[in-house]
Design a binder for this molecule. Structure first.
Ligand code: NAD
Length: 445
């Protein structure tokens, strides 16, 4: 059975978008509202049209399979009881158990979690690991909570979503605002309910309780593996390229560190409070030591202050948005001067901005390929936790690099074969694989 028929072929050189110059494909109007969910749906509709999915299949894949909202109490340090709202959404299970991070943010809502869950499904399919997509979140500002309050919130949220998660069915991981310590509390809470340790219930755990070597570094390292491979494939110089990174959390800081180790010049980084810029390159190892002490990049003496908006518009070779969604929009896309945008965050570019970047010949490496390193090593961690057999970091990193290079070429070659930009090619590949799995499994009952 064929879900899609990539019949067109050509051998001419790619543009920066990894596709050939050709007549633009017919596509639905870009979503006007800049929300992650409208972006995810607009992207899906475009790929579904190219794949020629039948209406029933498209309607299933466009919707989330299960959605859970929980309201739960937490005792605060001042003795007050506060109510928090959390979510866990399973988008699709056709290719395996669902996998996806937990986000702690004051802005998280059900639509955002749906979008992120949907992207996880396509991402796991693009890199061909046996998972479907999920996501979770709690509406809170973790920076305003004490360690005790954060632990209480995490343990109660885990308890509330226990019917939804399991090592065989749905495996959470860290995302924005959560970290290995929070995964440790989730794992411990779930294990207390079971009466024995269940390390495979989450990934992104600390290594001393069964986490994987190289998991913390996986997303950032993976981004730079893909960026380097793209440069090799397009015949672009990689040595000493100028990189700007928005966000200096897990993804942003490791991307910057890896870029620095690969000989790139990291000229700007930022966090929620603003950015810093040094055209000669920022000393990233020193900045990371500064960050550990000050918890912000602000005030670092090796660079000048800039805003987050200015960072995005700097002249550079590679721009890595690694903070949150909807950062490159119709309002600023025309001013992006980078040659390549490598999406570290999920959904940082709106469909409208995508078209503007393409028109300006800015190559976008899409999130569902570019930042997949995290879920790939989460998969390795899950396998190690299930088997209680642990791998060396070198082994983890080499396997990660192999999968990402193969996946980059899968997407790139499809983009050339079907005259598509890289995002659409990645979506067509991922959604096509999920549709095929759905069809192969058949309809129950
Ligand atoms: P994090 O919480 O560790 O870091 C987020 C960073 O973004 C922080 O430096 C924060 O100060 C900054 N930030 C927050 N709001 C901002 C704003 N409005 N403007 C500029 N900077 C802002 O989160 P993370 O795990 O690094 O995740 C970042 C992004 O990468 C998210 O979109 C997440 O979904 C995505 N992602 C994460 C992983 C992972 O393994 N952690 C994997 C794939 C994708």
């Amino acid at each position: 059975m064929t879900i899609f028929d990539p019949t067109r072929s050509s051998a001419s050189a790619p543009t920066r978008n990894g596709a050939e110059q050709s007549a633009p494909l017919q596509q639905p109007a870009a979503a006007k509202t800049d929300s992650a969910y409208t972006t995810a749906l607009a992207q899906f509709d475009r790929a579904a049209q190219i794949l020629n999915l039948d209406a029933g299949m498209a309607s299933m894949l466009r919707s989330c399979k299960r959605e859970l909202t929980v309201n739960f109490p937490v005792k605060m340090d001042n003795g007050e009881i506060r109510r928090f709202t959390g979510y866990r959404v399973h988008h699709n299970t056709a290719r395996g158990p669902t996998k996806g991070g937990i986000r702690y943010s004051p802005h998280v809502d059900l639509d955002e979690v749906r979008a992120l869950a949907m992207w996880m499904t396509w991402k796991c399919a693009v890199v061909n690991i046996p998972y479907g997509g999920a996501k979770g979140g709690v509406v809170c500002n973790p920076k305003e909570l004490s360690a005790r309050e954060l632990e209480g919130l995490t343990r109660r949220y885990t308890t509330e979503i226990t019917p939804f998660i399991s090592p065989e069915g749905d495996i959470p991981a860290p995302d924005m605002g959560t970290n290995p310590q929070i995964m440790a509390w989730m794992m411990d809470t779930y294990s207390m309910h079971r009466g024995y340790s269940v390390p495979a219930i989450v990934t992104g755990k600390p290594v001393n309780i069964g986490g994987s070597a190289g998991r913390f570094e996986a997303t950032g390292r993976g981004i730079m593996f893909v960026v380097r491979e793209a440069h090799r494939s397009f015949g672009w110089n990689f040595d000493g390229i100028r990189v700007a990174v928005q966000g200096f959390g897990n993804v942003g800081s490791i991307t910057a560190q890896t870029a620095h180790e690969m000989g790139c010049k990291v000229i700007a980084v930022s966090d929620v409070e603003g950015g810093i810029f040094n055209p000669h390159g920022i000393d990233i190892p020193r900045l990371r030591r500064y960050m550990r002490e000050h918890h912000t990049v602000q005030g670092f003496d090796g660079a000048d202050k800039i805003t987050n908006a200015e960072l995005l518009e700097l002249p550079c070779d590679v721009l890595v948005p690694a903070a949150m969604e909807n950062q490159i929009t119709g309002a600023n896309a025309a001013r992006i001067k980078a040659r390549m945008v490598a999406e570290g965050a999920n959904g940082p570019t709106t469909p409208e901005a995508d078209e503007m970047l393409m028109a300006n010949n800015v190559l976008v490496i899409p999130d569902i390929l570019c930042n997949a390193g995290g879920v790939i090593v989460s998969y390795f961690e899950w396998v190690q936790s299930l088997q209680q057999l642990f791998w060396e970091e070198d082994d983890v990193t080499h396997r990660l690099e192999r999968i990402l290079i193969r996946s980059f070429h899968d997407v790139y070659e499809l983009s050339v074969r079907m005259d598509l930009d890289l995002r659409t090619a990645a979506l067509v590949l991922g959604i096509g694989r999920v549709a095929e799995a759905t069809q192969t499994r058949g309809l129950y009952p």
